[in-house]
Design a protein. Structure first.
Length: 271
């Protein structure tokens, strides 16, 4: 059982990917991080020695801090965060316990560079349908909660990427796009080591909706219909992204927790 002001790897794993997930802060030393440069999904790196300076920015938020073994560095940083007004816990057993439990870890080398504000910056075609909403949802929930997305005219994606230092996705000729039968969402799951049962199930639904292979999952046709409907409800791509993220939040929870549940009201049958 986790101790006071601690959360177990399994408990934290149940929170990752949810819209209200805690801020996850990795305070491993440079030596420990360089020995295994992988990150917990959605986590950010901070220097434990500078905790007195950065802790105040987390006031009022739920935070989980991890170090290599879950001892002095994460315990001390969590204490600083609580002093600054955050609801802070440390990860029981630290990075090692998470890795030993076989939980997802994202390779640092597979992530795009961050801007001067510490955010990843992405660009794609305007008027999104399936992949161009699903991928931003995945990035914000499992990679970078503060990620910025630019939706521009298709002909301008490459130039905007170059001029603004953004990473292009879901267009032809770039890394983050369709690879053979895989849609862009599939590629991101593969490259970032996020092939959990729930995300793999969700990936099949998204691939079916995005590639017109509706037989891949019974839910694919419904997702396509919802996506096309949203694209006609919103002229503002950012407003559509917000609305679409709620759809993917619901689908993810269904994939993770509710696939065996049915709805059969009224329960009685006519004789």
């Amino acid at each position: 059982m986790p101790g006071f002001n601690e959360v177990s790897p399994q408990q934290l794993a149940r929170l990752v990917g949810l819209p209200d997930q805690p801020v996850i802060i990795d305070v491993r030393t440079a030596e420990d991080f360089n020995a295994d440069p992988r990150l917990l999904p959605g986590s950010i790196r901070r220097d434990h020695a500078q905790a007195a300076g950065w802790a105040s920015a987390m006031a009022g938020q739920r935070v989980v801090v991890l170090c290599h073994k879950g001892r002095k560095l994460s315990q001390g940083a969590a204490a600083w965060l609580r002093h600054a007004g955050a609801q802070a816990e440390s990860l029981e057993g630290g990075f090692l316990a998470w890795a030993e439990a076989g939980l997802p870890l994202v390779p640092l080398g597979a992530l795009p560079p961050r801007d001067e504000y510490g955010r990843t910056l992405w660009v794609t075609r305007a008027r999104p349908k399936v992949d161009r909403i699903a991928c931003p949802w995945l990035i914000r929930r499992f990679i970078d909660p503060g990620a910025v997305f630019l939706f521009v005219a298709p002909a301008d994606v490459a130039d905007v990427a170059e001029r603004f230092g953004a990473t292009p996705f879901d267009i032809e000729g770039v890394h983050w796009s369709h690879h053979g039968p895989l849609c862009t969402f599939d590629v991101m799951l593969r490259e970032w080591g996020l092939k959990t049962p729930a995300l793999s199930r969700l990936g099949a639904i998204i691939r079916g909706a995005d590639t017109a292979a509706l037989d891949l999952a019974p839910e694919a046709a419904g997702l396509l219909a919802i996506s096309l409907g949203l694209s006609r409800m919103y002229r503002d791509d950012m407003a559509q992204l917000d609305a679409g993220c709620a759809v993917y939040d619901a689908l993810y929870r269904w994939c993770r927790d509710a696939t065996d549940e049915t709805h059969n009201w009224p329960a009685g049958k006519l004789a």
